[in-house]
Design a protein around this ligand. Structure first.
Ligand SMILES: O=C(O)CCC(=O)/C=C/C=C(\O)C(=O)O
Ligand SMILES: [Fe+2]
Length: 314
């Protein structure tokens, strides 16, 4: 059965910080194109591959990969709160098949997700519960991270599992490209922040507002000062070329240190794109139908959106 891919950067600053020039319009047009691509494809299942930012996954038990057989969004950064329309049967199928293929992944009956899942769902489908989904968490933030190759292999097994379903499946990869927004690390954390990274579930509204305020202030500071954050458009464009040219295995040689040095701590979110494209690649040769890219300093993001499908899609 056919698979297709949409990948998109997300940004916690999209609803609070106005970027210079026509960046918001350009991103809006690219998302409109992605919406129309998704509508034309007519998916009956959307597999969202996304990271978390210490809202659902914590260091008390941090899995590299996790599939939710039920999931709820926290409602951060202006995104919707509440249950996702998880297709439980499809999620269980994915867990069974991917594990049987030798890729270890965790399963959650109560997965908690944040804007990484919610924002692209809302931008593409209008609401977090508008389409049946299988949420796939790929840790891209909480170091240490496994080798990039494991994510590519996860993607391939995900693709094989999805092919076995008699469904039209859209894979939605969320995050990236080069960027380094303010995110605490366990290594450098004060005892209070460490406690939040280890088990910071259910923050008070004041605590959540303080966290979101720190990120918003970083975006506003860029907007006010014209000082650029650490983005790497060359790295981003090279990654987009790699996807378009179907050279996914080239990422096997990437080290995590190299990714961080070149593109920033949060650039590891491109793992979600890699998993989505690796899933598509098992169907056969694919073609990238559209690729948008714009460095947007005020959103602290090398912002990209791509759409791809296999040549054989009916
Ligand atoms: O302070 C915190 O713990 C949260 C910060 C945060 O959520 C940052 C998110 C940034 C992105 O999702 C991004 O730019 O990709
Ligand atoms: Fe993110």
């Amino acid at each position: 059965m056919p698979l297709a891919v949409v990948t998109a950067s997300h940004s916690p600053l999209m609803h609070t910080v106005e970027p210079r020039g026509d960046a918001r319009n350009a991103v809006g047009s690219a998302f409109a194109q992605a919406r129309s691509f998704a509508a034309d494809f007519r998916p009956d299942l959307v597999v969202v591959v996304a990271p978390d930012h210490y809202n659902g996954m914590f260091y008390d038990l941090m899995p590299p990969f996790c599939v939710g057989t039920a999931a709820e969004a926290v409602g951060d950064y202006g995104t919707g709160q509440g249950r996702l329309a998880v297709d439980r049967h499809a999620a269980q199928h994915v867990v069974r098949e991917v594990l049987a293929a030798g890729i270890d992944l965790a399963m959650s009956e109560r997965m908690v997700v944040d804007h990484g899942f919610a924002q692209p769902l809302e931008l593409l489908f209008g609401a977090i519960d508008a389409v049946p989904v299988v949420p796939v968490f790929v840790n891209s933030v909480a170091v240490p991270l496994g080798p990039v190759r494991r994510t590519r292999l996860l993607g391939e097994e995900l693709g094989r599992a999805l092919l076995a379903l008699d469904r039209r499946v859209l894979l939605l990869g969320s995050g990236g490209l080069s960027h380094d927004p303010p995110l605490p690390t366990l290594q450098d954390a004060s005892p209070e922040v460490a406690a939040r990274l280890i088990a910071g579930r259910h923050p008070t509204p004041e605590e959540r507002a303080a966290r979101e305020g720190r990120v918003r202030d970083a975006g506003l500071a860029v907007a006010a000062s014209k000082a650029g954050p650490r983005l790497n458009p060359d790295w981003d464009r090279a990654f987009l070329d790699l996807l378009a040219e179907r050279r996914l295995t080239a990422t096997d040689a990437w080290t995590n240190e190299w990714i961080t040095d070149e593109a920033g701590n949060s650039a590891h979110e491109v793992r979600t794109w890699l998993a989505a494209y690796a899933a598509l690649s098992v169907v056969g040769p694919y073609a990238v139908r559209s690729s948008f890219y714009r460095p947007i300093p005020e959103w602290i993001a090398g912002f990209g959106i791509t759409m791809a499908e296999t040549w054989r899609n009916p």
